[in-house]
Ligand binder design. Structure first.
Ligand code: HPA
Length: 282
């Protein structure tokens, strides 16, 4: 536990050595996204491999970076790539970037992902704001001794996705005339995609979209007291009785083609987010 404290301190010292900006909003990009980083003003981009204690699987390319800068005048931090359980990362590794955000001053986390649509009203290239989630990962990133200095042992998950931020997202989407769906995201382990029978099950238990990420980060974020807003780009539609094969290339292509709209929406939302001067943001 002392090690974690030390590692977080080292990583934040290193980042604070590169910029004087204190990020208040953290954004995690999903599959096929990435161009938001290019929208940052006064940007500093640091490859993951250079950050002490930061997970990287040795495959860290130049595009895998933590960037700090201003988006719509607000100080933000962007992670260009996330870490998944299916890649073999541990809970500790998956949690580290979120805890580092908190250590650096982030109060609000915006998480994005590519997801399969389960609700028959969804269609490919829809945007969905996440209102709740179901964790089918079979694990939690909080298993193990609790770092009490970071958060409580049994974090409440009632409003994991901040209702005020969801309302703000809906309002901004309406004003900007961007169609925005609302739904429940279920996280599965992957990396294999779901069978038609699993898809029927996921829909029956109340999920609107399925993916392999986001939930661990949200759990760690809630534990750390972050306010969270989540978006899914619906990249494919999984209907158990009319099941289509899912191609990962198609998932990436739809995400890439929809990303610009999500990027625009996020920028407009960030412009409207009020950042409180203290850590206990409201
Ligand atoms: N299932 C799981 N993860 C996904 C999907 C899917 O259909 N599409 C994009 N990520």
């Amino acid at each position: 536990m002392e090690d974690l404290k030390k590692q977080l301190q080292q990583a934040s010292d290193f980042i604070q050595g590169q910029t004087s900006l204190t990020p208040k909003i953290g954004i995690i990009l999903g599959t096929g996204m990435g161009a938001l980083i290019d929208r940052l003003d006064e940007a500093v981009a640091i490859p993951y491999a250079r950050i002490p204690g930061f997970p990287c699987g040795g495959e860290s390319t130049d595009r895998e970076r933590l960037a700090l800068g201003r988006l719509a005048q607000k100080p933000v931090l962007i992670l260009s790539k996330r870490f998944h359980y299916y890649e073999g990362y541990t809970s500790q590794q998956i949690s580290f970037p979120i805890r580092l955000m908190k250590q650096l001053g982030v109060q609000i986390m915006i998480v994005c992902n590519a997801a399969g649509g389960l609700n028959p009203l969804l269609k490919a290239a829809d945007l969905m704001v996440i209102v709740d989630h179901i964790n089918l990962l079979g694990t939690s990133p909080l298993i193990g001794p609790n770092p009490d200095w970071l958060g409580v042992r049994f974090p409440d998950m009632k409003d994991a996705y901040d209702p005020k931020l969801v309302s703000l997202a809906e309002q901004v989407a309406l004003e900007e005339r961007i169609p925005l769906r609302k739904g429940v995201y279920v996280a599965v382990h992957g990396p294999n995609l779901e069978t038609p029978a699993e898809t029927r099950f996921l829909r029956a238990i109340g999920a609107d979209a399925v993916g392999m990420s986001t939930v661990p980060e949200v759990i760690v974020g809630v534990h750390a007291g972050l306010r969270i807003l989540g978006f899914s780009i619906i990249t494919n539609i999984n209907l158990p009785d009319a099941f289509q094969s899912i191609s990962f290339e198609e998932v990436v292509a739809v995400a890439a083609r929809t990303e610009a709209t999500l990027r625009y929406l996020i920028e407009k939302i960030v412009a409207r987010i009020e950042i409180s001067p203290s850590d206990s943001a409201d």
